[in-house]
Design a protein around this ligand. Structure first.
Ligand SMILES: [Zn+2]
Length: 431
């Protein structure tokens, strides 16, 4: 057996701690087509919704073909011809490879065609029964997932043992408006009349959900720069009161309020010993990414890393395509860990390079190596397979090139795949 195969064998036997998913609750999935925006249909097209759809679109799938492909009312037998032209153009990408690996591993389909598309569609519907999430997650070789629910800010999951949950900071910090304030006032029972009351709402969220959360999470980078300045409560309060009065905030005023609230939440995360997961780099979707802003994420974060030295920051998606900067942050700052979640399917070859360059520069405990980042459970299987292939290649090449001893490469498997996550997230130490 080659060294690569032996490493792959060890990697295959080691279950992932999957540090980032958006899985809808199994009960939502079982409600069928349309129960969530990530679940427009329940046939084999569902495997493409998150994220393969974006590669298909960018490769030239038309709007009409796309809409019909994801429609719940088009027969699966009629969907193959809608998919095939664009599918052939994107066969080499990580997004599509994750689907293809899923088809191979869960459905024994080597190459998708009209007949297999129909067969997989039937099997997906048949298999969607109570308890099937656990079967799929086990098939992915994942022992536990950390879920950033897109259904609610903290999901009271039916299966907290396997689906740990992030507490989202977004509704408390980013894009706040009057309806959000009213919703959380009602939920928390706090009468919100000023910024101090909103602090009380945030305290309520941390007290109520923090003890069960694996981390707090913000994807504010989709809406703004991550340059959170120090803004006092006195300076933020008038902005909050404007919002309460139903007024619009200028960009400058909104930034000041959000800067203040984010730092308030980071202090709360510090007290609660909750790691802080931040979206960095590349954008999901298509035709909207302001690369100039994404490019600044790593540098923008430095003041926070310095001002909150006891907060564990988890910088997600390796900040792709600016991953060199994230290696530098993990090397320099004690409180920074970099997460390869999602990144393996954005660009698997870049991730192989990243693993090697990271290990040659930064401590091995500052990296997390897998998160599927999916709302639909099945493609986690394919994504995990890609991560395992890439990890085996990276470690093997480092031995080949003389940067690692063979025994070191094998010793890295457990920490990279599960040990680092278990050490980082206090939820693993809670009773
Ligand atoms: Zn995500």
């Amino acid at each position: 057996m080659s060294r690569r195969d032996a490493l792959r064998g060890r990697i295959d036997q080691t279950p992932f701690v999957d540090t980032h998913e958006h899985l809808v609750e199994e009960s939502t999935r079982l409600l069928g087509a349309g129960a969530h925006r990530l679940q427009p249909c329940v046939d084999a097209a569902l495997l493409f919704t998150h994220y393969a759809k974006d590669d298909l679109w960018v490769a030239g799938m038309g709007a009409d073909a796309r809409d019909r492909f994801f429609s719940p009312s088009v027969d699966p037998a009629d969907k193959w011809s809608l998919l095939a032209p664009a599918y052939e153009r994107v066969r080499t990408t990580g997004y599509i490879r994750a689907v293809d690996e899923t088809l191979a591993r869960l459905f024994a389909v080597d190459r998708l065609d009209k007949a297999s598309f129909v067969r997989v569609s039937e099997q997906m519907v048949q298999r969607a029964r109570p308890g099937f999430y656990r079967d799929v997650i086990a098939a992915a070789g994942v022992e536990v997932c950390q879920v950033n629910s897109l259904e609610t800010f903290f999901c009271e999951t039916a299966d907290p043992e396997v689906l740990q949950q992030d507490l989202s900071l977004v509704p408390f910090t980013t894009g706040i408006d009057q309806p959000t304030i009213e919703r959380f006032a009602e939920r928390s029972g706090v009468r919100v009349k000023d910024l101090g009351d909103w602090h009380t709402v945030i305290d309520w969220a941390f007290a109520t959900y923090g003890p069960r959360a694996d981390a707090v999470k913000s994807q504010a980078a989709y809406q703004r720069r991550l340059d959170y300045a120090e803004v006092s409560a006195d300076d933020a309060a008038p902005q909050f009161e404007r919002l309460l009065g139903g007024k619009e905030l200028s960009a400058r005023r909104r930034k000041a309020l959000e800067d203040h609230l984010m730092r308030y939440c980071l202090a709360a995360a510090d007290r609660a010993r909750l790691p802080v997961k931040l979206h960095c780099g590349y954008y999901a979707g298509s035709d909207r990414m302001p690369l100039e802003r994404a490019r600044q994420n790593a540098a923008d974060l430095c003041p926070l890393l310095i001002d909150f030295p006891d907060v564990s920051f988890v910088l997600m998606h390796i900040g792709y395509p600016y991953q060199d900067e994230y290696i530098a942050l993990a090397k320099h700052y004690r409180n920074v860990t970099i997460d390869l979640c999602w990144a393996w399917i954005i660009n698997p070859v870049a991730c192989v390079r990243f693993i090697k360059e990271f290990l040659a520069a930064a401590p091995r405990n500052k990296i997390l190596t897998f998160g599927g980042d999916y709302g639909v459970v099945e493609p986690v299987v394919g994504h995990a397979a890609i991560a395992r292939q890439g990890l085996a290649q990276a470690l093997d090449e480092m031995v080949e090139d003389g940067w690692l001893a063979e025994a070191q490469a094998f010793d890295l498997v457990d920490p990279l795949i599960r040990g680092n996550a278990r050490d980082l997230f206090p939820i693993f130490g809670r009773a």
